[in-house]
Structure formats: C-alpha cells, structure tokens
Design a protein around this ligand. Structure first.
Ligand SMILES: [Zn+2]
Length: 429
C-alpha cells in the first residue's frame, strides 16, 4: 500500500495550524506583493519622497526585483533633499559588489547604505550649499526589509499577524537622544537651547555652531561636521503573513504615536491608509509642518489585502520573539524562528564611527595593486590613499594597514566627522 493510500484511509493526524506553519516555513514560498500609497500636505514645501518599485539586482532579470521607498525632509532650503533624492540610490547600489547571490546582496546592503549616505553627503558638500535633509530609506527584497535613516523621520512596522507595532528607525533629535548628545559634545560641538530675553533658554536642544536640532543629516555644510550622515541601519525579515510599513516625516510623528498611526488605518488598502494617517495627524495638531506619509503593504501573493485585524492571541509570542536576535547578518541560526507571525531581526547597527560600519575588508579590484575606496568606490593605487587607521591621530600600536581602505578625500571626511580636524570644508558661497 502506498503512502498516499494510507493517508487517505486515516483521519489527518497533523493539526491544520501545524501544516500551515510548515507551508509558511518553506523557503520556496513565493515573493510577496508590494502595494503602496502616498499622501502629503505641504506647509513649507521641503518634504520629498521617492518610490521605485521596479529596481533589479541584476539588470534585465525581473526575478531579481526589489523596491525602494524613501522620505527626505529638508531644512534651510530644498536643494539637499532634491540632491539626495536624485543621487542616493545610485551611490548605494554602486557600493554593492557585482555578481553575488541574493543572500550575499542582502548581507552587503547595510554597509553599502553607509557608504552611499556618506558619499552623497561629500558630493553635496562640494556644491557649496547649506541646506540639509533627513533621510529614511527603505529597501524591500522579498520578505526582507532594510531601513537606513538619519534625522527624525520614522519608519514603523505593523506586524499584521502579531499586531505588534515596532520602530525600524531611531530618533536623531538631540532632545531625544542622549548618546548622540554625548557624541556631538565629544567631537567638539556644543549642545544647548537658544538663548533669548536676557538668558532665558527656549526651544529644543540644538547643536552649536549652526543651531540644528538633529545630530545626523545629509548636507548642513554650515553646521559642524559632527552632524554626520552615517545612518542607523536595521534589517528584518517578515513572517510570510506579511506586514505594513508606515514611513513618514516628523509632521506625522509630532502628532501621532507609532501605535496611533498604525491603528488609525488598519484594514484599509495602502492608498487610503496613507490619506487617513495624514488626516488623523492634521486633526490632532493642525498643519504645523510638512507632512508626508508612505504606506507600504507587503502581502502574501495568494492574498489580495492585509487581514483587517491582528490575531490578538499571538501578541505575547511575537513581542517576546521580536527581540535582538543577532547583530550579525550572517547568523544563520535565526532561520529557525521563521514561524507564523514572527519578525526576525537580522541586523541592527547605529554607530557613528565610519570604520566600524565599513568593516576591515580591503577590496582590491581585478587589476592587482589597485584598491577601491570603501566609501566613494573609486580605484586608487595604495600610495595615493591610506587606510582609515593611519594618520597622526592613532596610537603607534594601531595597524596602519588595517581596513577599510579610504581615499584621501573620504579619509579627511572621516577625520572631520570624528572631530579630528577643524570642521567644515572651504565653502564658496
Ligand atoms: Zn573615497
């Protein structure tokens, strides 16, 4: 008697939930659909956003598709936000090695995001303009979501299955972030409030010189270089039940908590959800700032929309499991957690130290003896560049040939960000 005939004779012994679980754990589950909606209300006209749902890891191969969603909230003008919108994605992709597998590509992404943010900042500085921008940059490849951010825009994840709302960015407002205040002070900046009316302090904490409320941004050439463009990066893998991302500028988050924003639009399709979040923020606070919201649903391909309400009984399990599993994206043991309704954390790093973020690799191009700068990706013979660890500011004990390899220009930027040379390049304004 065949196996099939045996199973036909007996009632099923495996509970349905287990079968579904097994099916969902199967690595061959199809890529999800990505559906999005956008809504915005302008007060100053300094918010910009980017939606690219048709990117390809290998150009010409639709099976390697991924999507990008980003928000840029400009200040002191719009040129930084526009420049970053136009150049950042290219700079990031340029920092990812060619001809690698999907898994390797996802592992290379956090480092490429750091290189791309820093390169874009250096390029913008060279234009001699003083505006700046926050960046919240989201890459979705299959069930894996990677978020890089500087500033105070925010990306939240509403894990539909578990009903858990979690933050994928950190807040780089000096007022909210004590670690960043300490870093800025240690790098030569001053942090304090504005002094008016005979010494009364008003408003949020700002850094001086410059008076910016943020500790990280792209641009802001007129502010000390301790305001760095190095992003906080977080990479998670959704369960095969999918989830919803809400990416928005501070106009939303000054009015709504993450939970309020998520709950205000559950059960609605993404385009309506984005409109409703903006409306909800406006209702509670009025239009005080530019307000931009992107809602991105990552949906199983056999399901047309996200389920309207989360399954409450999974809350406890999901909250418990959504913890720090690994700081290392290469850790394979996290795979065993890909059960129903559980978000795996694959990678998280927020250090403002460039060398820590780029790793120690010494990528040498095909031509022997030519190194590639880990930030700007320009090939150079070693004599013309030095490693991040060389120079007069390091103790003799440090290894001068330990990576990452940086060209002269990028090494100067690194030193400036760490307060090791007078901030600010010469700006022709
Ligand atoms: Zn370089």
């Amino acid at each position: 008697m065949s196996q099939a005939e045996v199973s036909r004779m007996k009632p099923p012994l495996v509970p349905l939930a287990t079968l579904i679980g097994r099916e969902l754990r199967n690595e061959k589950v199809e890529k999800p659909f990505v559906k999005f909606g956008q809504a915005a209300l302008a007060k100053k006209g300094e918010d910009y956003f980017l939606v690219k749902s048709d990117c390809q890891r290998i150009p010409g191969n639709p099976a390697t598709s991924f999507s990008v969603f980003a928000i840029f909230d400009g200040h002191n003008g719009i040129s930084a936000a526009i420049f970053v919108k136009e150049n950042l994605l290219g700079n990031i992709l340029n920092a990812i090695p060619q001809r690698i597998s999907r898994e390797e590509w996802l592992q290379a992404l956090p480092r490429a995001l750091v290189a791309g943010f820093v390169k874009t900042d250096i390029e913008f500085q060279q234009r001699g303009e003083t505006s700046g921008t926050t960046v919240t940059f989201v890459v979705i490849d299959g069930w894996t979501v990677t978020v890089a951010s500087v500033g105070d825009s925010r990306c939240i994840l509403d894990d539909t299955q578990g009903g858990v709302v979690s933050l994928l960015t950190v807040d780089h407002r000096l007022e909210e972030n004590v670690e960043e205040r300490e870093r800025v002070t240690a790098s030569g900046g001053e942090v304090g409030r504005l002094n008016v009316f005979g010494g009364n302090e008003v408003g949020p904490l700002r850094c001086w010189p410059g008076g910016l409320c943020l500790s990280r941004s792209i641009g802001d050439t007129d502010v000390g270089e301790f305001i760095v463009p190095i992003p906080h990066v977080k990479q998670v893998k959704l369960s095969n039940a999918g989830g919803r991302l809400i990416i928005a500028s501070d106009g939303i988050w000054d009015a709504l908590s993450s939970d309020m924003a998520a709950k205000s639009c559950r059960g609605l399709p993404a385009d309506l959800a984005a409109k409703l979040v903006v409306k909800e923020a406006l209702r509670s606070r009025g239009l005080k700032d530019d307000t931009t919201c992107l809602v991105v649903d990552i949906i199983p391909s056999d399901q047309p929309v996200l389920p309207p309400t989360p399954r409450k009984k999974q809350n406890a399990l999901s909250s418990f499991l959504f913890g720090k599993i690994s700081q290392n994206s290469t850790n394979k043991t996290t795979n065993k957690l890909s059960a129903v309704g559980v978000v795996e954390e694959l990678f998280e790093e927020g250090s403002a130290m460039l060398a820590e973020r780029l790793g120690k690799d010494f990528p040498m191009s095909a031509n022997s003896g030519i190194f590639k700068c880990a930030v700007c990706q320009i090939d150079q013979p070693p004599a013309e560049g030095i490693t991040a660890n060389s120079g007069p500011f390091f103790s003799p004990a440090s290894k001068p040939w330990e990576g990452p390899f940086l060209c002269n220009k990028c090494r100067k930027k690194k030193d400036a960000m760490e307060g090791k040379r007078p901030s600010r390049p010469t700006v022709a304004t």
